[in-house]
Write a protein that binds this ligand. Structure first.
Ligand SMILES: Nc1ncnc2c1ncn2[C@@H]1O[C@H](COP(=O)(O)OP(=O)(O)OP(=O)(O)O)[C@@H](O)[C@H]1O
Length: 213
């Protein structure tokens, strides 16, 4: 018997709204994503996609609304344990090597057991770059290093802001394989995109943000 329908969504937002200088950026929004699903957050430039992910990640405070994780109200501090946020800025330490960056970030954010930083670098195509300084990596290599950090994260909910930016075709396929594997192992992902999107074949919901008038 399939009991998955009785489980609460991994993430549920109700009446979520964000204002900047008293002007609405988005919302009120109602959406949810289940374990095993992707939520595609679409909208043009300035529609509020990054702002929404930053609110969910607890980096900005919503003006109204509620966020539940696994059926329980989750304030910003609770959410940080459940969420891994891939920003479109890489968030790397420029003067540390690739491996040192991973050790630093997993030291802050925890690590999935049975995953080594070296293995994660190999998965994202950076074997041989262990000691390369982050500032010497290309934009696409930095994105790959951020993907290795994501791969090591124990968090079930991935927030991916423009994950394909700066990646070549093989990198795009890498992101899709990672998302597929993460969803298969019971995770979920929110993915922002402008529209042109090489979506992985996974169960997908859509959330379209309109630019506030
Ligand atoms: N730090 C900031 N200070 C003031 N306004 C901001 C700031 N960051 C974003 N905004 C404004 O908030 C709105 C939403 O921006 P946001 O970055 O969330 O859009 P987006 O959908 O991610 O856009 P893009 O596709 O261009 O990345 C825009 O009007 C933007 O100008």
């Amino acid at each position: 018997m399939d009991t998955s329908h009785s489980a609460p969504p991994l993430l549920q937002a109700r009446g979520l709204r964000f204002l900047r200088n008293d002007e609405p950026v988005f919302g009120p929004l109602d959406f949810s994503v289940d374990a095993g699903e992707a939520l595609l957050v679409q909208g043009g430039n300035g529609a509020g996609k990054t702002t929404l992910l930053r609110v969910l990640a607890g980096l900005l405070r919503a003006d109204a609304g509620e966020i539940d994780i696994d059926g329980r109200r989750a304030r910003a501090a609770d959410r940080s344990r459940a969420i891994a946020y891939l920003s479109h800025l890489p968030g790397l330490k420029a003067d540390l090597g690739a491996l040192e960056n991973l050790d630093f970030l997993t030291g802050l954010q925890g690590r999935r057991r049975a995953q080594s930083a070296e293995a994660a670098l190999a998965i994202v195509g950076l074997a041989g770059y262990e000691d390369a300084l982050a500032r010497q990596l290309s934009a696409g290599q930095k994105k790959r290093l951020s993907l290795a950090r994501l791969w090591l994260s124990p968090a079930p909910l991935w927030l991916l802001d423009e994950p394909y930016a700066n990646l070549d075709l093989e990198g795009i396929e890498l992101v899709n394989r990672m998302v597929q594997a993460h969803l298969r192992s019971g995770g979920a992902a929110l993915v922002t995109t402008h529209g042109a999107y090489a979506a992985p074949p996974v169960r997908t919901r859509m959330l379209v943000l309109e630019k506030a008038a």
